[in-house]
Ligand binder design. Structure first.
Ligand code: GLU
Length: 284
C-alpha cells in the first residue's frame, strides 16, 4: 500500500502540468462566466509558469459561453446548433483568456483537438510537435475539443479524457482536474450521507472503477466521475499522477503542488502494454 504522505511529497517535483477546468467551475449557475475565478486561475497558472513549470490549460466552456452569448435558456438538442454555439463561445472564451494572460505578461495559444486527429498518427505527431514548440517558447497553450467539426458519434464529448490525452501527447507528469466535485467518493455524496472521500488511489482496481458508475453531473458540464476515471486510466498508465480537486478556488493548485492533502490523488502506474488508442475506441 502506497504511503499517502510520501505520494503527496512527490507532487512537489512536478515539472509539466496539465490543468483541466470544467464548464460548471467556469460559469455561475445562470451560465455567465465566473470572471473572478477565471482571473484567479490565470494568475495561478502564470505563477506556476514563473516558477519554471510547463503549463497547459484544458478549458471547457465554449458551449456554455455560446449559449449565454445568444441568450438561450436551454441547451439546444440539435448538433449543428450546439456546434454553432461552441464556435461563438470558443472565440469569446479565447479573447478573455488572451486578455487575462497578457496582463501577467504571458502569451497563450489555442489548440483545438479532435478524436480523429488523435487517432491518426500523422496528425498526432504534428500536434505533439506543436505542443513541444509552444512550450519551448514559454507559451501557455489553451486546449479544447474542436466541437464544431466532430460529429456526435466521433467525439471525445468531455474534456476529462481530452486532458488525459494531452498528458499522453506532451509527456506531462501531472494532470489536475478542477471540478465541481472535490474528489472521488465511495458513493455519490449528493445522495448518500455515508459517502467518504478517497484521498489516495494507488491502483485503479475494479472496485475504484465501479465508483464512477453512479456519478453526479451538472447542467453545464458534461464529464461525470466515470469520465474522470477514464482520464485517470489514460494519464496514470502514461506515467502521470492525476488529482481530482475542487475548482472553486484555483489557488488549490498551490496547495496540491506543496503536497497538501487536497482532493483525490491517483498515482502513476506506467504500463507499456496499455494501448490508449484502443482504449479510446472502447470507451465511447
Ligand atoms: N468542449 C466543450 C465546451 O467547451 C466542453 C466539454 C466538457 O464540458 O467537458 O463546451
Amino acid at each position: 500500500m502506497a504511503n499517502a504522505g510520501a505520494a503527496r511529497e512527490g507532487l512537489k517535483q512536478k515539472k509539466r502540468i496539465v490543468v483541466k477546468i470544467g464548464s460548471s467551475s467556469l460559469t455561475h449557475e445562470n451560465g455567465r462566466l465566473h470572471l473572478q475565478r477565471m482571473e484567479k486561475l490565470v494568475r495561478v497558472l502564470c505563477e506556476l509558469k514563473n516558477r519554471g513549470m510547463d503549463v497547459i490549460l484544458v478549458s471547457s466552456g465554449a458551449g456554455a459561453v455560446g449559449r449565454t452569448t445568444m441568450k438561450l435558456a436551454e441547451k439546444p438538442s440539435a448538433l449543428p446548433e450546439k456546434q454553432a454555439l461552441a464556435a461563438i463561445g470558443q472565440a469569446r472564451l479565447m479573447m478573455i483568456y488572451e486578455r487575462l494572460f497578457s496582463e501577467y505578461g504571458r502569451t497563450t495559444a489555442q489548440i483545438l483537438l479532435t478524436k480523429s486527429a488523435i487517432l491518426s498518427e500523422e496528425s498526432r505527431r504534428s500536434a505533439q510537435a506543436t505542443f513541444e514548440t509552444l512550450l519551448s517558447m514559454h507559451v501557455i497553450p489553451v486546449v479544447n475539443e474542436n466541437d464544431t467539426v466532430e460529429t456526435h458519434e466521433f467525439r471525445f464529448g468531455d474534456n476529462d479524457r481530452l486532458s488525459a490525452i494531452v498528458v499522453a501527447l506532451t509527456g506531462a507528469d501531472l494532470l489536475v482536474l478542477l471540478s465541481d466535485i472535490d474528489g472521488l467518493y465511495t458513493d455519490d455524496p449528493t445522495r448518500s450521507d455515508t459517502a467518504e472521500k478517497i484521498a489516495l488511489v494507488p491502483d485503479l482496481t475494479e472496485e475504484i472503477l465501479r465508483m464512477g458508475k453512479e456519478s453526479p453531473g451538472s447542467s453545464f458540464g458534461t464529464g461525470g466521475m466515470a469520465s474522470k476515471l477514464v482520464a485517470a486510466r489514460i494519464a496514470c498508465h502514461c506515467g502521470a499522477d492525476m488529482v481530482i480537486a475542487s475548482g472553486e478556488d484555483p489557488e488549490i493548485l498551490y496547495r496540491i503542488l506543496q503536497g497538501e492533502e487536497e482532493g483525490t490523488l491517483f498515482l502513476h502506474q506506467p504500463d507499456s502494454d496499455f494501448d490508449m488508442y484502443a482504449y479510446l475506441n472502447e470507451t465511447e
